[in-house]
Design a protein around this ligand. Structure first.
Ligand code: ATP
Ligand code: MG
Length: 554
C-alpha cells in the first residue's frame, strides 16, 4: 500500500499512531448512534468519517447503538439507522453492537468500583446534586454519603438493582474529585433507577448506566483504537479515560479525537426538534422530502454518492461553523447531471393545436438521453397535432426581453420542429384556453435548412401517449437562514408556508411509464426529479430534488 498522505488532523493522528506502532497497527473506529430518532445529514458526516477513515487505513468500523436510555429508544429507530448506514454505502459486517450488550459487564465493573471505594450511593435529589456540584471556579460540596463504606454502598446498589427503591430515590456516583476544574469529574452519575422496559433487555433491569459511564468502556471492550466524536465531548474525555484507567487490564487505550459537528443553513438538526416536526405534523413523517434526515434526502432523490461527496467537501475541522445548504444542493446536481436520463414534463400545461399537422398521425422524434454521456443513447418521443407547453412560456403581450412564444413569434420545440403562434383562443372571461400554431415541416429535428434562427427552445409533451402525473415542488422548510438562532422566537415560527407545492395536472412523456420508485430524472429546463414511493400505476408522482441552477441568491 502507498503511504497515506493525511488530508486532515484525524488522518494525521492515525498516521502518527501507526508509525509509533500503537495498537498492533490496528485502525478500528465505530459509529455510535443513540436509537432515539432517525439519522440526519450531520450523522451522515460522522458515518462517512468513521467508516471512510477506517477504510482508508484498511481498518474496521463497528456500528454500536448507544442504548442506555430505555425511555426514548425504540426498535423502529434501530432498524432505520441500519438501513441508512447501508444505503450510504457502508458495511459493519459482523460488528453490530449495543451498549446494552454490556449491561452485565458494566454492572460488575460498578460493583468493583464500589468495593474499591471509588463509587457511592447518593440519596439526594437531582437539584441538590447539581447545586452541590458548584461552578468551574467554585469547588463543589461533598455529598453526606460520599464517605459511606463499600459494604453499605454495595448492599444498596444490589437493592437498587433488585427494584427495592423507587425511581429517583438514589443514584450511583463515581468518587473522583469535587473540586476538579472539569465539572464532569465532580463525582458524575453512573447509574440511575428507571422502571422502564428496554427495547432489548426487556424487564431485566430497572437501573441503567449513564451514557458517560458506558461509552468509554464500550469503546475499550470493542478494541476501538480511534474514537471519533464531536467537539462537545472533548470535556468528557478525562472522565472516559478515568473509567478505562480503573479497568486496567492492558496497556491499550482508545484514543478519542474530536471534530466539529455539521450545521447547515436554513435547517434544524437536533433529533429532538426533528421529532417535534414529525409528531406535531409540520411534515408528513421522518422521510418527508423536506427533512434533513437521511431517509428524507433519499426520498427527495439524493444519491449516496452525492452525500458522501458533500461530506468530503465539507471536510473535517476543529472549529464550529455553518455550511450553506447550497453546497449540499450543488453536490446532488453535480452527481445527477452526469448520471440521469433526461425527459420532458410539462407542469402547468397550455394546449397547442398545430393546425397544419395531419389529424391522427403520431410520429416519433429522436431525443438525447443525456448530453453529458453519449453512451446513454437516444430515445423516441411521440409528436402529434396537439401538444402542451408550460403556460409561462407564452405571453400574449411580451416585453422586448421575452423570447419565448407570443403571437406571431416562432420558437423551437426541443428535438421536434419550429412552431409559430397564429391565434389565441380564450373563454368568455378572457382566460387563454389554447393556442393555434403552425409548424414548419422543414425544421424536423430542430433546425431550419434556410438557416433562420429562433431565440427560444421549449420543452413540450404531445397529447398522444402523454401520461398525466403529479409533481411536488419543495422549497426550504424554514424561511430563516438560522431558524434556531433567535432568542425571542422558536424555530417553528420560521416554517416556510410554501415549502411544498403540489402540481396535480402535469403531463410527461411516455418514456417514464415503468419508472420505479426513487429513480431519478432530469426534467428538461425544470430540474432534477425522482419518482416518489407514493407513485402508483394510476398516478405517477414525482418529487423535485433540486432545481437546475441555484436560484436562492436571485
Ligand atoms: P442530535 O444532537 O442531532 O440529537 P446526537 O449527537 O444526540 O444528535 P447521536 O445518536 O448521539 O446523536 O449521534 C451519533 C454520532 O453522530 C455521534 O458520534 C455524534 O457525535 C455524531 N453526530 C451527531 N450530530 C452530528 C452533526 N451534526 N455533525 C457531525 N456528527 C454528528
Ligand atoms: Mg448524542
Amino acid at each position: 500500500m502507498d503511504p497515506i498522505v493525511p488530508k486532515n488532523f484525524i488522518q494525521q493522528q492515525i498516521v502518527e499512531d501507526l508509525a509509533a506502532g500503537k495498537n498492533d497497527k490496528r485502525v478500528h473506529t465505530r459509529f455510535p448512534p443513540e436509537p432515539n430518532g432517525y439519522l440526519h445529514i450531520g450523522h451522515a458526516k460522522s458515518i462517512c468519517l468513521n467508516f471512510g477513515t477506517a477504510k482508508l487505513f484498511g481498518g474496521k468500523t463497528n456500528l454500536r447503538f448507544d442504548d442506555t436510555n430505555p425511555a426514548k429508544e425504540e426498535t423502529e429507530y434501530v432498524d432505520s439507522i441500519m438501513d441508512d448506514v447501508k444505503w450510504l454505502g457502508f458495511d459493519w459486517e459482523d460488528r453490530l453492537y449495543y451498549a446494552s450488550d454490556y449491561f452485565d459487564k458494566l454492572y460488575d465493573f460498578a460493583v468493583e468500583l464500589i468495593k474499591k471505594g471509588k463509587a457511592y450511593i447518593d440519596f439526594q435529589s437531582q437539584e441538590v446534586i447539581s447545586e452541590q456540584r458548584g461552578t468551574p471556579t467554585r469547588p463543589g460540596v461533598e455529598s453526606p454519603t460520599r464517605q459511606s463504606s463499600p459494604a453499605v454502598n454495595l448492599q444498596i446498589f444490589e437493592d437498587m438493582k433488585a427494584g427495592k427503591y423507587d425511581e429517583g430515590a438514589c443514584v450511583l456516583r463515581a468518587k473522583i474529585d469535587m473540586s476538579s476544574p472539569n465539572m464532569h469529574m465532580r463525582d458524575p452519575l453512573m447509574y440511575r433507577i428507571l422502571k422502564q422496559p428496554h427495547h432489548r433487555t426487556g424487564d431485566k433491569w430497572c437501573i441503567y448506566p449513564m451514557y458517560d459511564y458506558a461509552h468509554g468502556q464500550s469503546d475499550y471492550w470493542e478494541g476501538i483504537t480511534h474514537s471519533i466524536c464531536t467537539l462537545e465531548f472533548e470535556v468528557h474525555r478525562p472522565l472516559y479515560d478515568w473509567f478505562v484507567e480503573e479497568l486496567k487490564d492492558s496497556d491499550y487505550r482508545p484514543r478519542q479525537i474530536e471534530f466539529s459537528r455539521l450545521n447547515i443553513t436554513s435547517t434544524v438538526m437536533s433529533k429532538r426538534k426533528l421529532l417535534q416536526l414529525v409528531k406535531e405534523g409540520y411534515v408528513k413523517d421522518w422521510d418527508d422530502p423536506r427533512m434533513p434526515t437521511i431517509c428524507g434526502l433519499r426520498r427527495r432523490g439524493y444519491t449516496p454518492e452525492s452525500i458522501r461527496n458533500f461530506a468530503d467537501m465539507v471536510g473535517i475541522t476543529k472549529v464550529d461553523g455553518v455550511t450553506d445548504v447550497a453546497l449540499l444542493e450543488f453536490s446532488i446536481r453535480e452527481d445527477l447531471n452526469k448520471k440521469v436520463q433526461r425527459v420532458m414534463c410539462v407542469t402547468d400545461p397550455l394546449k397547442i393545436v398545430i393546425t397544419n399537422y395531419p389529424e391522427g398521425v403520431v410520429e416519433e422524434v429522436d431525443a438525447v438521453n443525456n448530453p453529458e454521456d453519449e453512451s446513454m443513447g437516444k430515445r423516441k418521443v411521440p409528436f402529434s397535432k396537439v401538444i402542451y407547453i408550460e403556460r409561462e412560456d407564452f405571453l400574449e403581450e411580451p416585453s422586448s426581453k421575452f423570447y419565448r412564444l407570443a403571437p406571431g413569434k416562432e420558437v423551437r420545440l426541443r428535438y421536434a420542429y419550429f412552431i409559430k403562434c397564429n391565434e389565441v383562443i380564450k373563454d368568455n372571461s378572457g382566460n387563454i384556453l389554447e393556442l393555434l400554431c403552425t409548424y414548419d415541416p422543414e425544421t424536423k429535428g430542430g433546425n431550419a435548412p434556410d438557416g433562420r434562427k429562433v431565440k427560444a427552445t421549449l420543452h413540450w409533451v404531445a397529447d398522444a401517449n402523454a401520461i398525466s402525473c403529479e409533481v411536488r415542488l419543495y422549497d426550504r422548510l424554514f424561511t430563516d437562514q438560522d431558524p434556531d438562532g433567535h432568542k425571542d422566537k422558536g424555530f417553528l415560527e420560521f416554517l416556510n408556508p410554501e415549502s411544498l407545492k403540489i402540481l396535480s395536472n402535469c403531463f410527461i412523456e411516455p418514456f417514464v411509464k415503468d419508472a420505479t420508485p426513487l429513480s431519478n430524472f432530469q426534467f428538461e429546463r425544470l430540474g432534477y426529479f425522482n419518482v416518489d414511493p407514493d407513485s402508483s400505476l394510476d398516478k405517477l408522482v414525482f418529487n423535485r430534488t433540486v432545481s437546475l441552477k441555484d436560484n436562492s441568491k436571485k
